[in-house]
Design a protein around this ligand. Structure first.
Ligand SMILES: [Zn+2]
Length: 386
């Protein structure tokens, strides 16, 4: 056994040399040993429930997430669907917004933050082609995410440290680069990595101290040891033909978008795979436009969230809350007695700015922000528009 491991590491080092350029000389991660890699800061990729809890003692976390810009149209949907919801423990229900910069209304972001929701990053440019992200360097990732964190905090007037997570555009990973930038900036997690092999039972969040055994549907995936950031795997749904969908609004064979009951059943079936299984966090990953164009789907999701809010052992939370629980797992009975997450509201000294000249296009932009107006439209390489 030891010999096999030794031979395997020899092979891994050898391939690191071959791929020297792409891994930027970072040594490949070694196999994970759960005896060495322990909570709260290290966890091997695994379907085992953190803390060795039994499924019935494990809180079923439900993560509702929305991607792309936040504007005065989609905030209406968020207000109606999400605000003033409470879980059965009396704590406010959470949701996470992976926000891209272009056309984002930062006054609306400030409102989401003040209502207790998680503000996370989805890049400044969200540019095409997708290959930009696959080939992105560390410097690109700094300009798209580390800079965006500063930008978001500045224009939405929220604390920098409140922003802890990212999701890559198109769920396109960039090998080690984005994770190295998370580590550099002391950020908590990435939620961009789908899985097909670990849906049932589902894979729980883990760290990159050691090699991941998660399948890599949209390569390149990280290969180096990058201690620090957590992977919050995107466990997708299974559609009516048995195909896997990473995002719920991108299934190949979903129920008819006009059939509310069929959609409610569809969501429930996918949820029960988690709830009656190893209780890996359940994701409801949508873009708001899908709800706006398909009211029946929106109603089905709303009904489903109402059910979740009434279950004694399921909790709609911000994505980062899941990582916090995984770091120090407690049984559901204890979890329910914990105090609710506190959110200190921030004000929005309101500015309406424009027209602002963009440096990347002929277009002119207007911005609604909680700060003084920038000189030009903020963009890649100039996140504050100075
Ligand atoms: Zn997107």
């Amino acid at each position: 056994m030891k010999l096999t491991v030794a031979l395997l590491s020899l092979f891994l080092v050898a391939s690191a040399v071959v791929n020297g350029e792409e891994t930027e000389e970072l040594p490949l991660a070694e196999l994970c040993d759960p005896e060495i890699c322990k909570l709260p800061n290290c966890r091997c990729s695994s379907t085992q429930i953190p803390g060795g809890l039994a499924p019935r003692d494990t809180p079923q976390f439900v993560m509702s997430t929305f991607d792309d810009n936040v504007n005065i149209i989609n905030i209406e949907t968020y207000r109606e669907m999400l605000y003033d919801r409470k879980n059965s423990n009396g704590c406010p229900a959470g949701a996470t917004f992976y926000i891209s910069h272009e056309y984002t209304n930062y006054r609306a972001v400030n409102e989401l933050y003040n209502n207790g929701f998680e503000i996370a990053l989805h890049s400044i440019t969200h540019r095409t082609p997708q290959t930009f992200w696959a080939e992105a360097t560390k410097e690109d990732m700094r300009k798209e995410f580390a800079d965006q964190r500063v930008q978001m905090a500045h224009f939405a007037n929220i604390p920098l440290t409140a922003i802890q997570g990212i999701r890559m555009p198109f769920l396109q990973l960039a090998g080690n680069a984005s994770f190295e930038v998370l580590k550099e900036n002391d950020m908590l997690y990435d939620c961009s990595w789908p899985t097909r092999n670990f849906i049932n039972p589902g894979i729980w969040p883990y760290t990159l101290h050691y090699a991941s055994n998660q399948d890599c549907p949209i390569p390149p995936c990280p290969t180096a040891s990058i201690p620090g950031p957590w992977i919050l795997p995107m466990i997708g749904w299974i559609d009516q033909m048995g195909f896997h969908c990473s995002m719920a609004d991108a299934c190949f064979a979903p129920p008819s978008v006009n059939d509310e009951n069929a959609w409610f059943e569809f969501i429930t079936e996918n949820f029960e795979r988690h709830y009656k299984g190893n209780r890996a966090p359940f994701g409801i990953f949508f873009h708001e436009g899908y709800f706006r164009f398909n009211p029946a789907v929106r109603n089905a999701v709303t009904r489903f969230l109402n059910v979740v809010n009434n279950l004694p052992d399921a909790f709609m939370v911000n994505s980062r809350d899941v990582i916090e629980w995984v770091k120090s797992p407690v049984p559901v009975n204890e979890y329910k007695r914990q105090p609710c997450r506190q959110n200190v509201p921030t004000n929005c000294p309101f500015s309406s700015c424009g027209p602002l000249r963009a440096t990347h296009t002929e277009e002119q932009f207007w911005m609604q922000i909680c700060n003084v107006c920038p000189r030009v439209y903020p963009w890649y390489g100039n996140p504050l528009g100075v």
